[in-house]
Ligand binder design. Structure first.
Ligand SMILES: [Zn+2]
Length: 268
């Protein structure tokens, strides 16, 4: 508890700052972001949240239930991770972890700091090829590179931390916020903004191309997602609001990075 209270006070002292989390890349993402919380604080909380999720999955026998499929997911993810240096030089050195989670939900995420979870139903039910799998994982990695989680935690703090800090000063311990719960909320419950989605689409497509995965596969992936709409829309889609222009946008991004793909494939 004391650690959390200290974190709150340090946050207040650090204040808000504007940062550029990533290099623009060929796809040209250059929006500056306002951050109220440090990467280190968010990543520590994400690590705790990730441990909770993986321990719970393991307890239910749902952590990497199919070794061959887990190896495939890790193989695709590692090729993408190897390209993250194009967007930020520190990212290849992150403590990346990749797990397959046995679940009937159509979902995938990458928590702040590089903790990746891909749900088995996403691969099985949508019959994803490696290029499509790379489109999913590339998109999720892009959210982490852009630190969208940190940005959203910052917004949550801007709205709620005032109470926690005041509460701390008054000795009201119940006002303390458990950041790892906020990270879990950001991962599972709170929908991303369309702006964040567009940035993740753009960077994800470029990561895939640089890693030698067909960048146009993102179009087929989202078409499969949309086809699963209707009465029971996939969780992955419902938390990723999809403007009608998304497929056209994806084709535009793929056209931009196609030369990187050809280069990576050794076909000039
Ligand atoms: Zn997304």
């Amino acid at each position: 508890m004391r650690k959390l209270l200290c974190a709150g006070l340090i946050l207040l002292a650090a204040g808000c700052k504007t940062v550029q989390t990533t290099q623009p890349g060929v796809v040209g993402v250059s929006r500056e972001q306002s951050m109220l919380v440090s990467s280190a604080t968010v990543n520590q909380s994400a690590e705790r949240a990730y441990r909770q999720v993986t321990v719970e999955a393991a307890r239910k026998g749902q952590l990497n239930p199919d070794p061959a499929q887990a190896a495939r997911v890790r193989g695709v993810a590692q090729r993408l991770i190897a390209q993250t240096g194009a967007f930020r030089s520190d990212a290849p050195g992150w403590k990346w972890e990749v797990n397959l989670i046995g679940s009937r939900d159509l979902n995938a995420w990458c928590m702040p700091g590089g903790k990746i979870g891909v749900y088995s139903a996403l691969i099985d039910e949508l019959h994803l090829g490696d290029d499509e799998l790379a489109a999913v994982i590339g998109h999720e990695i892009a959210h982490a590179l852009r630190e969208h989680g940190r940005e959203r935690v910052s917004k949550a703090y801007a709205q709620g931390i005032g109470f926690a800090v005041v509460g701390t000063a008054l000795g009201i311990s119940s006002a303390a916020i458990d950041l790892s719960r906020v990270v879990l909320d950001v991962t599972y419950n709170l929908p991303n903004s369309r702006q964040d989605e567009q940035e993740a689409d753009r960077i994800g497509v470029e990561l895939a191309a640089r890693a030698g995965f067909d960048p146009y596969a993102a179009i087929g992936l989202w078409q499969k997602m949309q086809a699963r709409g209707g009465s029971r829309p996939p969780q992955f889609l419902s938390t990723h609001p999809s403007p009608e222009t998304r497929l056209g946008d994806l084709k535009g991004y793929a056209d931009l990075v196609a030369p990187l793909y050809r280069q990576a494939r050794g076909a000039h």
